[in-house]
Design a binder for this molecule. Structure first.
Ligand SMILES: [Fe+2]
Ligand SMILES: [Fe+2]
Length: 139
């Protein structure tokens, strides 16, 4: 039962990572103006990171005997070419991710898989770092 809940929450995280991969790749390509110079590589790095996070989460789901989702979270990805709007949507996405991983951390504790706990904790900390970076960028 614990494992079943954990698989569900991990799948929620996977859906958000698949969405984040799409969103960041979209913003990296579409950003216009002088900020493209710095933010396009940053969005590309975030897209790559989201793919890596998705990979770790997917393997954790399989390890628990679950089936990973193949569809992204359906929360709409807003098209824009404006860097400031992109940052707002990025902050929203990272906030969601951090919240889901915080839930997962609690659920993994009760399953007692230390290796999985460590792997997910690394992702959680990465989401918190992204959140902090975005806050500073928007200051
Ligand atoms: Fe992530
Ligand atoms: Fe992230």
């Amino acid at each position: 039962m614990k494992e079943h809940n954990l698989v569900q929450t991990l799948n929620e995280a996977l859906g958000w990572e698949l969405r984040a991969t799409n969103m960041y790749a979209h913003y990296a390509a579409n950003i216009r103006g002088i900020h493209r110079l710095q933010l396009s590589p940053m969005f590309t790095a975030e897209a790559t990171e989201s793919t890596m996070h998705g990979d770790i989460v997917r393997k954790a789901i399989v390890k628990l005997g679950g089936i990973p989702v193949t569809e992204r979270n359906t929360h709409k990805i807003i098209h824009t070419t404006q860097y400031d709007e992109m940052l707002v949507h990025s902050l929203e996405t990272e906030t969601q991710a951090a919240a889901v991983y915080a839930d997962i951390m609690i659920e993994i504790e009760s399953v007692g898989d230390q290796e999985m706990y460590d792997a997910i904790e690394q992702i959680y900390l990465a989401e918190l770092r992204s959140l902090e970076e975005l806050r500073l960028l928007m200051d």
